[in-house]
Write a protein that binds this ligand. Structure first.
Ligand SMILES: Cc1cc2nc3c(=O)[nH]c(=O)nc-3n(C[C@H](O)[C@H](O)[C@H](O)COP(=O)(O)OP(=O)(O)OC[C@H]3O[C@@H](n4cnc5c(N)ncnc54)[C@H](O)[C@@H]3O)c2cc1C
Length: 396
């Protein structure tokens, strides 16, 4: 059995785990990441793609924003389409000149993996049967199998960055955590297509047939979604049907047409809001999707994961520099203040834009009035813009 030792043992090489290791490295703290999948798998996993202003700035400040600055698309607004009209929310005007950057999550992951490996850091890919133990006491250990051999990674703290289906959250004794959840009565059918985006900026469409979103990953790759039933079978959606539905919901009746192209990937994503409290137990800290899930309507999942580990890295830095644990003790409460505001925003965007099975004509009219309000009132637009570009990091 191989025995290893590090300061912080991290489970999961998604944005949360990788960025935490990067931040710790910058402050001279050692970390080892244990990841269940292969390097190739994590570098090609298509997920989120919109970075808040503060997250962009953080990537640049910490030296891993070079490719993002070159290849990322800076967006100064988004469009809302409803009632046969398209209206723009202008971040330059409504959010003090801030912007979002369209840059794929898997590109962020590639940059972070390269930075880790370039700095001589350790990421153990394809680890099997990963277990987090000993965190109730003074001797946390991550046990796993790699290369056919069982290993033990001893550490001072464990960071559970292993996403919503990871093992860290479920290693915490039952009864120590409280979960808050809302499951939505719909899902998103998403495609990645080799087609130039038909709009420079994202279009969020509220339509009586259901929500649709035009997004993009680059000037030649479109990312498009339609709201579907949560139990929908992908087999019922040949490419032609998806394009037809997208054309109706995003452009119907206006003469404006989406650019179509070969579908590179398609899948159905369930929609839920979930928070677990607290996000720590003994010497185990949960971060990112391991602790919370947001519906993708507000484009917040990856941003929130990065915000959590920023707080955790600062708390660990304070501990290693001064021996003080107050910031570590406050970790959960500090993160949850932001998380609940982001949950509220993601729920609000979802509620405003989707068709719910229980909706009456009253609800439909109310949604249209809300969309009219946020696109015609400065205050209404500013609240959307401020949240979309990202609330400031306001922890001490
Ligand atoms: C299909 C899908 C589509 C999404 N689309 C969007 C979107 O369009 N917009 C948006 O804002 N957000 C989206 N999200 C959410 C966003 O991608 C996540 O919020 C983000 O990935 C969170 O990062 P994370 O590091 O916390 O978790 P993850 O990225 O999930 O990383 C967790 C890592 O832990 C690893 N792991 C899991 N279990 C173990 C284990 N037992 N041992 C070791 N390692 C383990 C996983 O392989 C993974 O690498 C999407 C999520 C999914 C699942």
């Amino acid at each position: 059995m191989g025995k290893m030792r590090t300061q912080v043992g991290i489970v999961g090489a998604g944005p949360a785990g990788l960025f935490l290791a990067h931040l710790l490295h910058l402050t001279g703290i050692e970390a080892v990441i244990v990841e269940a999948k292969s390097r190739r798998y994590v570098e090609e996993r298509i997920r989120a793609g919109v970075l808040e202003q503060g997250v962009r700035d953080l990537l640049v400040e910490t030296g891993i924003g070079e490719r993002m600055k070159l290849e990322g698309l800076l967006h100064h607004g988004i469009n809302l389409r409803f009632g046969g009209e398209k209206r723009r929310i202008d971040f330059s005007d409504l959010a003090d000149g801030q912007a979002v950057t369209v840059y794929s999550q898997h590109e962020v992951v590639k940059d972070l993996v390269a930075a880790r490996i370039g700095a001589g850091g350790t990421i153990i890919f394809e680890a099997e049967d990963v277990r987090a133990d000993g965190f109730e006491g003074q001797h946390p250990v991550i046990r796993f199998t790699a290369g056919g051999e069982r290993h033990e990674l001893f550490c001072d703290y464990i960071a559970g960055c292993d996403g919503s289906h990871g093992i860290c959250r479920s290693s915490i004794p039952e009864g120590a955590l409280t979960s808050f959840e809302r499951v939505y009565p719909f899902a998103w059918l998403g495609i990645l297509a080799r087609a130039a985006p038909a709009s420079e900026e994202l279009i969020y469409a509220q339509h009586e047939r259901g929500f649709a979103l035009l997004s993009m990953r680059s000037p030649t790759i479109s990312r498009l979604y339609v709201q579907v039933d949560p139990h929908e079978d992908l087999a019922n959606w040949p490419d032609d049907r998806i394009w037809e539905e997208l054309q109706i919901r995003l452009g119907g009746g206006t003469g404006w047409q989406l650019t179509e192209g070969p579908v590179l990937q398609k899948g159905i994503t369930a929609m839920r809001s979930f928070v677990t409290e607290p996000m720590q137990y003994g010497r185990l800290f949960l971060a990112g999707d391991a602790a919370h899930i947001v519906p993708p309507t507000g484009a917040k999942g990856m941003n929130l994961a990065i915000a959590d580990v920023r707080v955790l890295a600062r708390a660990l830095q304070s501990f290693y520099e001064t021996g003080r644990t107050d910031r570590l003790e406050a970790y959960s409460a500090t993160c949850l203040r932001r998380i609940w505001k982001v949950q509220r925003f993601s729920w609000w965007m979802t509620s405003m834009l989707h068709h719910f099975p229980e909706h009456t004509p009253f609800d439909h009219r109310r949604q249209l009035a809300e969309l009219d309000y946020v696109t015609s009132s400065r205050v209404g637009g500013a609240t959307l813009a401020e949240n979309y570009v990202g609330l400031p990091f306001d922890d001490p």
